[in-house]
Design a protein around this ligand. Structure first.
Ligand code: HEM
Length: 141
């Protein structure tokens, strides 16, 4: 994605302090994103396979992602307080994730981001931020 100078300036400002957490709507906003993401995963044809990699009951997955997103957006470390330290690579090491699974996850996240009442530039920024962990987590061709 080619960024304009205005976007570069804006994206740099998103990195200051807890700006992302505030723009996301704090805890409620992070949990809404996590829940919309898993609602979509349950509905979309393209995510059937990655849904099957999850536990049958998504309640804990929803909570873990919501807590993680609070921390990821520089808010409170809710994930660590409840579940302990996390290293995303290690947390996904037991799951076979190739480029198809990675792209399905990113597609699901792109759609979930579109459902948020956030400014469009902030959605683009967050989607850009998810690229790096999604590529790092991939552990198969
Ligand atoms: C690249 C594609 C990805 C796939 C296919 C995937 C799939 C999964 C699956 C199947 C689980 C459930 C694990 C289990 O309960 O055994 C999980 C957990 C989790 N995922 Fe992902 N994931 C991906 C990327 C990401 C990314 C990019 C993030 C964050 C930016 C993320 C955050 C999490 C978190 C926080 C958990 C809970 C970890 C735990 O406490 O066990 N995932 N993921």
């Amino acid at each position: 994605m080619e960024l304009t100078d205005k976007q570069k300036e804006l994206f740099a400002s998103y990195r200051i302090g807890s700006t992302q957490y505030v723009l996301a709507g704090e805890k409620d906003g992070c949990f809404k994103l996590a829940n919309d993401f898993y609602d979509l995963m349950e509905q979309m044809e393209e995510t059937k396979h990655i849904l099957s990699l999850h536990p049958g009951d998504l309640e804990e997955s929803r909570d873990k992602l919501g807590c993680f997103l609070c921390f990821y957006m520089n808010g409170p470390h809710l994930y660590q307080e409840k579940y302990g330290n996390i290293q995303l690579g290690a947390a996904h090491a037991h799951i076979p994730i190739g480029s198809k699974e990675r792209d399905a996850w990113l597609l699901c996240m792109a759609r979930a981001l579109q459902m948020q009442p956030w400014e469009e530039d902030f959605k683009d920024f967050m989607f850009m931020r998810f690229q790096t962990p999604a590529h790092r987590i991939q552990n198969q061709p």
